[in-house]
Design a protein around this ligand. Sequence first.
Ligand code: HEC
Ligand code: HEC
Length: 365
Amino acid sequence: MNRTGTLLLMLVLIGCGDDDATFPDGGTDAGEGTDSGIDDSGTDAGEADAGIDSGPPGPACAEALGLYVDSTCENVGPDILAYSPRFWLWSDATDKERFIRFPEGSVIDTRNRDAWVFPVGTKIWKTFSLDGRRLETRVMEKTESGTGAFNWQFRTYRWSEDGTSVTEVVDGESNVLDTGHDIPSQAMCVQCHGPAGGGSPDGVLGFGTIQLAHEDTETNLATLAELELVSETVTNDEGAIPGDEATVAALGYLHANCGHCHGPANGAVPAPGGGLGLWVEAELGDVTESAVFRTAVRAMAGWRDPMSPETALQRVAPGNPEGSAVYLRMGIRGAGQMPQIATEVVHTEGLEVIEEWIRNGTFPD
Ligand code: HEC
Ligand code: HEC
């Protein structure tokens, strides 16, 4: 591993994988959507907040991103696929658009349904917007062969006020275009996409068996097979989450919102929170085989609610959301909050999905 790789790995190891994780983020912010700088002690890592001067306009959006064919950046190139994961990651109410492009004639190695390996040259874009205005576009490009986040380049760009140019952001930026949205530093990408992030070993988190097992949009497991973009056809059955409706919704939510830290998966480091696994695996025969059931349902939590520290909690206590650490921590922002970074606003709808499951879902032994 080269020096940058080693540094990044160190960063990752003190990030997601470590129970005492604090994020070594010097000033600006963290994570996926809005916010953060939140560490375990709940302090705010002193943002260089607000009023950031947008500076001179950056390069025109089409040329900088390599995504659009027109100068106003409305139409994407003909070889680019729009896609949408089945279960969404909450990023404080921002909207997201996602696109992917494969080099001509290449295929994704899908032999391991939980660990797709992407061809060199794959490029993936994710744009955050609020009220129809684009704020940030993140780009991953696979530049080296092999498996893992260190074979990808991670970049991110802030859009100009008028939506025609973008500027690359390296060290993060707070309160983009006065919306409260924060851009993470590029060094932080691997906290979730890297080996300590628990997701798929090649570093791609939202484009795989579980997330594409749908018929909702133009890109899904079936269309990838039709386009001959996969080495082996993957079926919706393989990506289906077993269980009743409440269980499917809850496990999908945990997969998308928690699984990139609480993974099984990469094996580089154990899942944080004492091996709490919330990433849902493909090809599950029965819900009790899932990491969620194996490590969370009826398992005792190490964490206790500071409001009643004498009470031991289960991670998920069937029938009892208020006695479940998973539910309680999702309702916190500040010290103890989950997800640990990249959100400042409790996701009420997500909390309801988890509450409904814990209260009324089926919990086979
Ligand atoms: C807090 C964790 C987190 C951080 C930090 C993070 N991401 Fe992600 N990212 C995710 C998750 C989870 C997904 C999959 C769900 C989705 O698409 O919203 C994702 C999806 C993506 C995608 C679409 C491809 C994929 O993996 O599904 C791109 C591109 C991307 N991120 C780029 C970046 C870049 C560049 C950075 C750093 C500037 C970054 N991300 C930082 C969690 C994170
Ligand atoms: C950015 C990484 C990250 C994300 C995303 C994340 N967690 Fe965590 N989680 C951690 C870390 C690190 C710990 C261990 C330190 C601690 O307890 O604060 C932890 C611990 C926990 C614990 C305590 C387990 C125990 O037995 O003590 C629970 C419960 C938990 N997380 C639930 C969740 C849920 C639910 C989500 C998604 C809604 C989530 N986490 C998303 C990093 C993350």
